[in-house]
Design a protein around this ligand. Structure first.
Ligand code: APR
Length: 264
């Protein structure tokens, strides 16, 4: 499907939908300067994911050094929402967005103006850092300053315990209440839009599948392939910022002129 047809058809599906669930991955934030994991030059091309399990983090100094090095170049940077996040916030203002289910921990959907009540963060977030010893919590901004000042492994100023972001590490369970809510919303939406994810990490990657199983249409906007490409009514291999902006403009434009949008 060529880009123009894809944009036309995606806008048509959104126009005819009432409860849209947007499922996002790291690819939606690359245009904000945060690297993804498996795209070209992604984090896992520079770090070994085996070093990033919860067990390694709490048991090995060298693993903690690598963790904080990676966090310093990703989630500790002052990133802003890009046109893709802004387009999804516009979808919310148009009354079409049921919720966002995100694997991202960067808080950019909320910064773009979507209420936190509508953002299900399956992998937690990095807004807060917690001491595993005494429970003291620190905002990422404070820890980010310490990293910039050259601390390799920031520890708790109160008890010198291990500090860990609220993000879910490999080997940790996802927050059950968030997952249950995200599953319920995925199973009752009429359209699921996947943006910037390889759909390779479970259980998160089950959610678009649950939506399709329950009868929802599927749109995938991703520069790489995913295991669900064959199930998509619309498949767009384009940059999320440009593609989503143009789709939303078309939805808004059609609502003004009442013009019919492309069939799906
Ligand atoms: N527009 C569209 N797609 C993009 C863009 C962009 N601007 N930039 C990157 N992509 C695509 C990449 O080509 C890749 O296919 O987004 C996808 C990102 O996939 P991953 O890096 O695997 O990210 P994600 O699917 O979110 O990973 C899931 O894996 O390591 C864990 O916990 C981590 O939450 C993460 C999970």
């Amino acid at each position: 499907m060529d880009l123009e047809t894809g944009i036309e058809r995606a806008a048509g599906l959104i126009k005819r939908s009432h409860r849209v669930v947007v499922f996002t991955g790291a690819g939606i934030s690359t245009e904000s300067g945060i690297p993804d994991f498996r795209g070209p030059g992604g984090i896992w091309s520079r770090y070994d994911p085996e070093d990033f399990t919860y067990q390694r983090f709490i048991s090995s100094d060298s693993a903690r050094i690598k963790h904080w090095e990676m966090i310093k170049e990703t989630f500790a940077i002052e990133a802003s929402p890009n046109p893709a996040h802004i387009a999804i916030a516009e979808l919310d203002r148009l009354g079409k967005l049921d919720c966002i289910v995100t694997q991202n921990v960067d808080n950019l959907h909320q910064k773009a103006g979507v209420s936190g009540k509508k953002v299900f963060e399956l992998h937690g977030n990095t807004r807060w850092i917690k001491c595993l010893g005494c429970g003291q919590r620190y905002p990422m901004s404070e820890i980010s300053q310490r990293l910039k000042m050259g601390e390799a492994v920031p520890d708790c100023v109160k008890c010198h315990g291990i500090l860990k972001p609220d993000a879910v590490f490999f080997g940790e369970t996802l927050p059950q209440d968030v997952l249950n809510d995200a599953i319920a919303h995925s199973q009752s939406c009429d359209l699921c839009i996947v943006v910037g994810s390889t759909l390779l990490v479970y259980p998160a990657a089950y959610l678009p599948y649950y939506a399709v199983q329950a009868g929802a249409k599927l749109i995938i906007i991703n520069l790489g392939e995913t295991p669900m490409d064959a199930e998509a009514s619309v498949l767009i291999a384009g940059k999320a910022g440009e593609v989503l902006s143009r789709i939303i403009e078309k939805v808004k434009g059609s609502s003004n002129d009442g013009g019919a949008l492309g069939a799906e």
